[in-house]
Design a protein around this ligand. Structure first.
Ligand code: SF4
Length: 458
């Protein structure tokens, strides 16, 4: 398929990581503000089939080690293509770019991060036209409903900024389509297993009120994709019986997740960050994280560059969250899910949120209950857990009612031994010891002796 290519192309390169020391250039990424990938459906007359355009410096014109603003603008046409497929086609850019040897693509939409390796550059991958040819061939061979396609790569900073605005408006319009719809109004949910190349046990369950983790695929998008491409990574889920309306547990979702994760995950609660939370792949837009000191939840997004209120940056918490696991208290989410009336409803919803970055607070402000808005802190209000506690108390955040009085000083501890217990199975947990991270999967912990200490007030 790519005989005359300077580098190899194939699924075996998915998951390839390119470290900074091995990178030739970087496109988008955390240090670049404007970057995007966008697919638009056009009239056939407005698309010149197989056309590849580069606006701004091409790879060979860029200095080694550079990080550039970047946009991938794809226009498609076809009799069967409807606007609802834009998001689904767009999500495949990630997959197909990753088939190229030495070309790593992470994330989606306005968050893309691409690296080209020195080795692939030296082999001759020195123009976006090669990347364009690969994308054109893969899209047309795997999505036969695409009749015409043209691709524009943009590195000119002014042009990236201009098109980025259009991209942001398009994402918002797409996301708004599913708002207001309820899970109860549909008889089917949808699933996606596209991220299994990175997180083999991950399955997204997409409902009208729970957007995909990557924030790129709504219930409508998933429905359109599963209809037109039933053998693709998006598939129908029969809802089955509703087991728990608050946690959001359905027999159909459990069965689908169990089948697609090959038995690794057998239960999923759609609307909580605890017990059997929705699995997290690696391309979630944000993380809901538990803050035990205040019994509340914080949310941080990928673009937040500082440490969060618990002293950890997004990247550290992402390591604890990702991999297709169900991790109690570390929960991958999309920003759009924060606009859902079922957002973490089993945990208390917005009443449980105590900290979010200020720009996310601004983006979702219309969906935060008015009486809570000033009680939820950001990096501008507090920097530490102590400051957070004080703020929550003085602003009478509802979380304060959950707190129990903890004795300030202790004098002595009484110990009591109780018979051995078996603790409920854990999907996965981890701890560090002796410089190693130890991950336990499907562990049952049996304790021969349990010591319970009562702490006395002085
Ligand atoms: S995050 Fe979910 S919906 Fe998005 S591509 Fe991955 S599996 Fe699919």
């Amino acid at each position: 398929m790519f005989e005359d290519a300077p580098v190899d192309v194939g699924v075996m390169y998915e998951g390839e990581r390119i470290r900074r020391k091995n990178m030739y250039i970087e496109l988008g990424g955390p240090n670049i503000e404007t970057k995007f990938e966008l697919v638009k459906v056009r009239n056939p007359d407005d698309v010149e089939d197989d056309k590849i355009t580069v606006i701004g410096p091409d790879i060979k014109d860029v200095k080694e080690g550079s990080s550039l603003p970047f946009g991938i603008y794809v226009e498609v046409a076809g009799k069967q293509i409807e606007e609802e497929l834009e998001g689904v086609i767009e999500r495949r850019i990630h997959e197909y770019c990753n088939y190229i040897e030495g070309f790593m693509h992470l994330n989606q939409r306005y968050d893309i991060w691409i690296r080209l390796s020195k080795k692939s550059f030296q082999k001759g991958l020195n123009s976006f036209s090669f990347v364009g040819k690969v994308l054109l061939k893969l899209f047309k061979s795997e999505m036969s409903f695409i009749e015409k396609m043209q691709i524009t790569f943009i590195t000119d900073p002014e042009k990236v900024r201009e098109q980025w605005k259009e991209a942001m408006e398009t994402y918002e319009a797409r996301d708004a389509r599913a708002r207001g719809m309820k899970d109860e109004e549909v008889d089917k949910f949808y699933g996606c297993s596209l991220c299994q190349s990175f997180a083999p046990t991950h399955v997204c369950v997409i409902t009208p009120q729970r957007f995909s983790n990557c924030g790129a695929i709504s219930w409508f998008d998933a429905r359109a994709s599963s209809r037109i491409d039933p053998k693709g990574p998006l598939f129908e889920i029969e809802k089955g019986e509703l087991i728990d309306p608050v946690k959001g547990e359905y027999t159909g979702a459990n069965a689908a997740v169990k089948k697609k994760s090959l038995g690794a995950v057998s239960r999923v609660y759609l609307y909580t960050a605890f017990s059997y939370p929705h699995t997290s792949c690696g391309c979630f837009e944000g993380i809901a994280f538990y803050i035990p000191e205040v019994d509340g939840l914080g949310v941080v997004h990928r673009g937040f560059r500082e440490n969060t209120v618990n002293g950890l940056p997004f990247s550290t918490m992402a390591d604890s969250t990702a991999g297709g696991r169900q991790v109690d208290g570390f929960h991958g989410i999309s920003i759009e899910y924060m606009r859902s009336p079922k957002f973490l409803q089993a945990d208390g919803g917005w009443n449980r949120i105590v900290w979010i970055p200020s720009d996310i607070k601004e983006r979702v402000k219309e969906f935060i209950p008015k009486e809570l808005f000033d009680k939820i802190t950001t990096e501008k209000d507090v920097k530490t857990i102590d400051e957070l506690k004080e703020f929550l108390k003085t602003h009478e955040h509802p979380i304060v009612k959950r707190w129990k009085e903890v004795p300030a000083e202790v004098e002595a501890a009484e110990e009591e031994e109780v018979p051995a217990v078996a603790v409920a199975p854990l999907a996965a947990t981890s701890f560090t010891a002796g410089g190693f991270k130890i991950i336990l999967k499907d562990a049952k912990i049996h304790a021969k002796k349990v010591i319970i200490r009562t702490i006395k007030k002085r």
